[in-house]
Structure formats: C-alpha cells, structure tokens
Design a protein around this ligand. Structure first.
Ligand code: ADP
Ligand code: MG
Length: 676
C-alpha cells in the first residue's frame, strides 16, 4: 500500500489489510447518522445523541488529577442553550473545530453543574453533505477517522476495477446490488437504507463464498456408497441386547437413522447431537458394529488422548463378546508400538481403531475402511474432520457433538449433514444442582466435597490457567500443581488426590486417569483437559475455580462430567468477579441445564469467532457477516451454493470464474488455519 507510510502499513497488517483492495474490504462496524440530530434542550443525559450547535469558545487545557489533560469548549444553539464539549488527553480533537461555525456533535451526554456536557464526541461540520459517517474497527494507533481517510484514498484508486464475482443471473434473482455499488455504499452511504442494501449483498457474498469453499473441501458430491450392510436387523438386535444398559428411545432412534443410511446404500453423513451424558458412544458403537459385521473397518477420532484411550477401552468392552479386534493410535505411542498398530490397520487385522488426530497422518492406511466417527466434532478444524474420511472411498461418516451448536453455526459447519437428535438422558439421572459462590465460602465447599467423598463419591476440581495468554508450559504447570499440592495437604488432607494437566507426559496422564476411573483417587485436580467426553459415572461433585474465565458452553461441558451415574450431583462455581455482566452470565449456568440455551447465549455474548474457545472450528474470521444475526442470508447462501454446484461442480463456466478464484483463496486460508 504505497503512500500510507510504513508505520501505518504495519498497523493495517494487524487488521489483515495488506493491499488497497483489502482496505476496501475493511468494512465499517456501524455508522454515525448525523441526520438524526437534536437541539441541546432535547439531548437527554445518559444517552448518546447527535446535537447541532455552534462553537462559541475553546478553553485552555487543564491538568486534572491522575495526569489527565482535559480539553473543553463551549457550544451554543439557536435556542440559546449551552453545551460543554469535553475531550480527555486529546490535544488534536478540537483542532478541526472553529469558533462561530456550526457542527453536529455525537457522543454521550452528561450532566455538568446543572448544564449539559458531551464527552469525547465525534463531530462533523453542519455544512457537510455526507451526514452518515462510517465507524471502523479500531486497532492501536488507527482511529476510525484515519481509516476513513485511507479508505477514501483506496476507493479513488480502485473504484474502476471493482468487479462482481457473483454471477449476474443469481445476483438479479436474489435482488442483490452490484459489488461496485455495495463497496461505495458500505463506506460512504447516501442513506442508511443504501448502507443496508450494501451490507446484505456483502454478507451474502461472504457466506456464499464460504459455503462453496466448504462444499469443495468436503468434496462429497456423491450420495451413494458401495459400503453397505445387511438389511437384516437381527445381528444389530443381538448387539443392543449385549449392552450393559437398556437404550433410551433417543438412542434407538439415532441407531435406526444410521442403520437406514448404511443398509440402504446411502452414503451416511450424519451428526448425532445430544447433550452431554445422553449416551452417544453407544450409538456410534452400534453403527460400527453393523459395518464390522459386514467386513469393514471403523475408526473413531477423539480430540484428546485421554478421550481416545477411554473410547478404546469402552469399545473393546462392547465388542469383546463378538471377537472384534480393537486398536489404539495416538501420537504418544512409541515408534515400535506405532509401527505395529499401523501394520495391523493396513493388513486389516484390526476391525476398530480409536485414536487422536494421529489417525489422519500419512502412513495410516486402512485395508477396508467403512466408517469414520468423529467425537466432539466441534473440536476439530474443517480439514481434520474431512481428512480421515479421505482414507477410504465413499466412507460413511458419523460425527458426535455434545456441545450444542447454535443453528446458524451448525449450518456452516455441518451444512451437509443429516442430524439425529438425542433429546433425553438415560433414566435414573438426576439434575445436577449448580451453585455460584464467592471464594470466601471455599472452605464450606470443601467440607461438602469431603462429605461426598466420605459417602463413596468422587470429585473434580477444575482450575484455569494462571494467565490466559500463557498457554504454554510453565504457567499451567504452576497453577494446577501448586493448587493440587496445597489442597492435598489442607482441605483434602488424608484423601487421595490426583493432578492432571495437558502438559503431562501421556504415561503419567494415563496413570492418573486410570486411578481415577478405578476409584483409587477420590479427587482429581485438573485443567480443562477433562472437559470433553471423560466418563467417570461415580464422580458427582465438581468445583470450578475462577469460573468467570470460562465460556458458558465450556462450563456446561465441564459440568457434563458429573451427573452421569445414579448419584445426585453438584457443580460449584467459584468467582470473585464483581462485574455484573459476568455474574449474570454465570447465573444462566446456575439456572439452566439446557446446553442449547447456553450455546445460544454464548454466541450472543462472545460472537462466533470465540464460540469454540481458540477458534477451533478453523474458519477465518468474518469480515462482515454475523452468523447469529444473518441466519436468513446464510440459509440463502447455502441453498444458492448447492444450486450452482449442481450445474457447475468445478465452477469452470465463464460466469463463475471470478467466484472460483475467490473460493480458491478462501480454501487456502482455511487450510492454513484449519490444520492447527
Ligand atoms: P455422551 O453422549 O456425553 O458421549 P456417553 O456415551 O459417554 O455420553 O454416556 C454417558 C454415560 O451413560 C456412560 O457411562 C454410559 O455408559 C452411560 N449410558 C449410555 N447409555 C445409557 C443408557 N441407555 N442407560 C444407562 N446408562 C447409559
Ligand atoms: Mg462422549
């Protein structure tokens, strides 16, 4: 971007802007509409208002306590009312304003010794023709005003070259404006209505390109599979009978859905969605059973080693009566073990493999892969999820997710999946009671935990990292180890306490987990490594320290580790946050056990980028779309992408070339981000 200066170019880089073209795609967050102004009399304290007034005088700067420098000016309007204008630490703020000129000031109104004051307002000259002014996302050192100037410059340079990538026919059908109009109106709208029209078009473009890219990555245009099973249900019934519990109707329904897919010659592409503890594993096992019985191999991929190992144990038990051979493949096996397992997979000796994403690496070759199951689906990037299915031809896929995903996000991530919902929990489960307490009551919480352990139960104690930014090593180790050791000598002295965190060697992790499974350990002090999937039905109390650091869905996932058996379960959230929003947010977790409600709340509060913690879905950030607000456009985009791919699967028709190019660019971005 020649002409913007090196320092500024660096700041733009932070916003992902490298060229003038990129700059035109740095869209405003919102607008200030100076058309809606009022007089000073009508401006209500506490509100954000646009007020029309003339500048009367500027006062010399005043040094306030705490080192702040305050710049004030006085303005008056045609009624003779006065308004004080105040800026903090900003000596340039008033440099564009001149006495006896009329302006429209936009900002928060405050009361000031009986008069009115406007704090750090934006303003324009009342004579300005452009009364709708964009507000850009900020990064350190780039004010919205500066960005607006640069965008104008970029627009003057590039306006002629703006091409429309959406094929004209589709664009007209959907009543979308041309890209050139959209770019102009999103940055310099003539009216709020035009800004809206521009936005709709750009949101569509973004979501449309995304759904095309995802369709391409998934590359699953076929609807049929040669991998078929017997239509006869007798075998399946025998398996269901062999399980140590009676399946719920929800589980049976989901199994039936899978069975209909794989026995009917359809390529199964199914999401089993059910709240934590609803028993999705048994459903997956039933589907795998059918395929293995018919001579195919199946694999399950889990996001953590602990969960992969747990699945290995569970499936081994389920399949033992039928003589199926199971294997485990994770990154931490020794080279020799790995070689042996790989050989058994490629020779077809093992029928079932549980593993981590080690399963998708090169060198893993299945003899006759028929089904891949991805557990805790939302934890994987798009690429990882599809990687495993590509290890065979027309392989069935089953994905399981306990984290309920808001509908709109589900459409993006799982747009091509059929969904089986498990609505109920197995019988005998009692609702987990959740309490929110201050750390002053920690001692009482521990005395409660001791009483549960004394009664034969087990406890989880979850601590977050010390500092959020430090995901590596030291901080995590320090906090959990220190906390665990202290607790083992104080509140839980005399009880057997284990400590678990992600940075431990996998042998140690395994050892701790198996001692907790067996009941030898009464309490497990852990980071969120136990968040997904871990299943110890005898654990019935969980204490979560610094609960304010977790998202609602994450708390729900954590809480899902308890309430899995017949014991009444309790989840104790500790926070000392004084922030009213935070306390309200945690209050929602206390009030509801409904994962969907919590997920929708999460999406509202934190936005889609943050929804899965570390942006684990592997998608680039949206430039303009907001999936919680733009659900309708998203549905339209998905539908349109399906249509266009039916007519032109490779997007090679001349009208689609621009689109193909943008899709390709997005795919490479997803590839970079999705392989983390
Ligand atoms: P999730 O859906 O969270 O993956 P799991 O499959 O881990 O749940 O099952 C949770 C627990 O419930 C496990 O201990 C499992 O053995 C048990 N379970 C599953 N189905 C039933 C059932 N129908 N009746 C009783 N217990 C069940
Ligand atoms: Mg599970």
């Amino acid at each position: 971007m020649s002409g913007v200066g090196e320092k500024k170019a660096g700041l733009y880089q932070k916003l992902g802007v490298k060229t003038f073209g990129d700059l035109l795609e740095l869209y405003p967050r919102r607008y200030i509409n100076y058309n809606d102004y009022c007089l000073i009399e009508e401006a209500r304290p506490g509100r954000i208002c646009a007020v029309k007034a003339s500048l009367v005088s500027k006062s010399p700067p005043v040094k306030a306590s705490g080192g702040r420098v305050i710049f004030k000016a006085l303005a008056g309007d045609e009624n003779g009312d006065e308004l004080v204008i105040t800026f903090f630490n900003n000596q340039y703020a008033l440099s564009r304003a001149f006495e006896r000129q009329e302006y429209i000031f936009y900002g928060k109104i405050a009361e000031n010794q009986g008069g009115k004051e406007i704090l750090s307002p934006y303003y324009i000259s009342a004579k300005d023709k452009n009364k709708i002014v964009p507000v850009y996302p900020l990064t350190a050192g780039l004010s919205s005003f500066v960005v607006a100037k640069d965008v104008q410059h970029a627009y003057r340079l590039c306006a002629e070259e703006i091409k429309d990538c959406i094929p004209q026919e589709l664009r007209l059908n959907l009543d979308l404006c041309h890209r050139a109009f959209a770019i102009k109106q999103i940055h310099f709208p003539d009216s709020m209505q035009n800004a809206q029209i521009a936005k709709r078009r750009l949101v569509f473009e973004e979501l449309f390109t995304l759904s095309l890219a995802l369709a391409k990555i998934k590359n699953r245009n076929t609807a049929f599979s040669k991998i078929k099973t017997d239509k006869d249900k007798r075998e399946l019934r025998a398996f269901i009978k062999s399980l140590p519990f009676t399946l719920t109707n929800g589980q049976l329904g989901a199994i039936r859905d899978c069975f209909d897919d794989i026995s009917g010659g359809k390529l199964m592409n199914r999401l089993i969605q059910g709240d934590v503890g609803s028993g999705k594993t048994a459903v997956a096992a039933a589907a795998a059973y059918c395929l293995i019985k018919n001579g195919w191999q199946c694999a399950i991929m889990a996001p953590t080693e602990i969960l992969a190992r747990q699945h290995y144990e569970t499936f081994s038990k389920f399949f033992a009566p039928f003589g199926f051979k199971c294997g485990l493949l994770t990154g931490s096996l020794s080279a020799k073990q790995k070689r042996e397992t790989l050989a058994r997979i490629s020779s077809g000796e093992v029928d079932f493999v549980a593993g981590t994403n080690a399963l998708i690496f090169e060198g893993v070759n299945f003899a006759r892969l028929g089904l891949v199951i991805t557990d805790e689906q939302h934890r994987f990037g798009v690429r990882q999820r599809t990687g495993l299915a590509l290890k065979g031809q027309d392989v069935h896929t089953l994905v399981m997710s306990a984290t309920p995903i808001p509908r709109t996000l589900a459409l993006i991530l799982y747009g091509d999946l059929d969904i089986s919902l498990i609505k109920e929990l197995p019988p005998g489960r009692r609702k987990t009671d959740t309490l929110l307490i201050r750390s002053g009551k920690r001692a009482r919480a521990y005395s409660f935990i001791r009483s549960i352990i004394d009664d034969g139960g087990q406890a989880y104690i979850v601590c977050p990292l010390v500092r959020e930014s430090e995901t590596e090593g030291a901080a995590q180790l320090l906090s959990v180890n220190k906390y665990g050791e202290e607790i083992a000598q104080t509140e839980l002295a005399g009880y057997s306490v284990g400590i678990l965190h992600g940075k431990m060697k996998s042998k140690e992790k395994e050892n701790i987990m198996s001692r907790f499974y067996s009941g030898e350990l009464s309490a497990l002090v852990s980071t969120t490594v136990i968040e997904v999937g871990v299943d110890v039905p005898n654990a019935s109390v969980m204490l979560i320290e610094n609960a304010e650091r977790f998202g609602l869905s994450q708390l729900h996932q954590l809480r899902g580790r308890i309430g899995r058996g017949n014991r009444k379960s309790y989840c104790i959230l500790i926070t000392d946050s004084m922030n009213a929003d935070t306390v309200n947010r945690l209050g929602i977790v206390v009030k509801t056990n409904d994962g969907f409600v919590l997920a929708e709340e999460d999406l509202k509060i934190r936005g889609p980028g943050d929804f899965f913690g570390n942006r684990q879905h592997g998608l680039p950030e949206f430039k303009i779309a907001d999936v919680s607000a733009d659900a309708d456009i998203l549905a339209l985009a998905i539908e349109s992408s399906k249509k266009i791919l039916t007519d032109d699967p490779d997007l090679t028709q001349p009208a689609n070339l621009g689109l193909a190019q943008n899709v390709q660019i997005l795919i490479s971005k997803i590839a970079e981000g999705g392989l983390n």
